[in-house]
Design a protein around this ligand. Structure first.
Ligand code: KMH
Ligand code: ZN
Length: 302
């Protein structure tokens, strides 16, 4: 079995500052979180930006530029910029920073879907910032738009024109067929790095049977030409990514996906989650990929 790639998603656009004091928000915090995660064993850093004043998810290239050059200079981790941004951003906004930064890697969400976060809002009474509660509650009527035309545009503008390769985020079986469609159209070339996403309300649930079925269908559609990684939201994170590691897949951790390190205990940092999964996968007999090994496995431009 090849080395296992650990991705760490540092901050995302789902969790809010009231939920954890450890969620990185400012450029300094995101930089420190990224360096700590890389030091702990993450080969890939999946990146979103936030407004440093309020912690609100931001698509502003200036906010990304507060940490991207520093991460590039001080670590050799693969920088993977989100093109999902947040469901309230337009595609033009979502593309602005990655088009400017020309990263080795970018995420690509493989279908339009609901992306509801509002149950989290019910659990908190004391909000630090005015935007947080309505942002979460409004998600019960949000569409995360990733039409075939949107996907083609991202593949063209970041992939073909700027040489990025992709973390293909698949929240459902249908997304695998969408990926196959783009492979058949010749817009993407193997190896495909597929991120199976579990536990978002609007995507597949965190049942182990869903993972075995996704792998079965991906094997059928892509044969030897793909590899998979797993991320799972909230408390399902560690169990499902451990299952991925045991099945020969890769793993993603990070405070974007879960704020905890164990049930009811907040993670102190992104690095803490990286270290935990590192210990688990090494105990399973897998060795952790360095950033350069990940580049070779994924065929990145470097
Ligand atoms: N927040 C994850 C469930 C993206 O950034 O493109 C999905 C994600 C989307 O990482
Ligand atoms: Zn993301």
């Amino acid at each position: 079995m090849r080395e296992i790639i650990i991705t760490c998603a540092l901050t995302g656009s789902i969790h809010t500052p009231s939920m954890s004091p450890h969620l990185p928000v400012t450029a300094d915090e995101i930089t420190a979180a990224g360096l700590g995660a890389a030091e702990a064993g993450a080969a890939i850093l999946h990146l979103h930006a936030r407004d440093p004043e309020t912690g609100k998810p931001s698509a502003e290239p200036g906010h990304f530029m507060g940490f991207l050059p520093r991460l590039k200079q001080a670590s050799d981790a693969v920088l993977n910029i989100s093109t999902g941004g947040s469901a309230v951003m337009t595609l033009d906004q979502r593309l602005a920073a990655p088009k400017l930064a020309e990263p080795e890697m970018a995420s690509l969400n493989m279908g339009t879907m609901n992306f509801a976060l509002y149950p989290m809002a019910e659990r908190i009474s004391d909000w630090k910032h005015d935007w947080e509660k309505p942002f979460l509650e409004g998600s019960d009527d949000l569409v995360f738009k990733n039409t075939p035309r949107d996907i083609a545009r991202i593949l063209t503008e970041l992939g073909q024109e700027r040489g990025a390769r992709f973390e293909f985020e698949c929240y459902d079986l249908s997304h695998l067929y969408m990926l196959r469609h783009f492979a058949d159209r010749g817009l993407i070339k193997p190896p495909f790095f597929i991120q199976f996403v579990f536990g978002v309300l609007g995507g597949m649930g965190p049942d182990p049977e869903n993972l075995t079925h996704m792998v079965r269908i991906a094997d059928k559609l892509f044969g030897e030409e793909y590899m998979f990684s797993v991320l799972a939201a909230g408390r399902h994170q560690m169990p499902l990514i451990t299952m991925s590691a045991a099945m020969g897949g890769h793993v993603r951790v990070g405070l974007e996906d879960s704020l905890t390190i164990a049930r009811g205990t907040l993670a102190q940092s992104n690095a803490e989650q990286v270290s935990k999964i590192r210990d688990i996968v090494e105990a399973l007999g897998r060795s952790v990929a360095t950033a350069d090994q990940a580049r070779a496995i994924l065929g990145l431009k470097g």
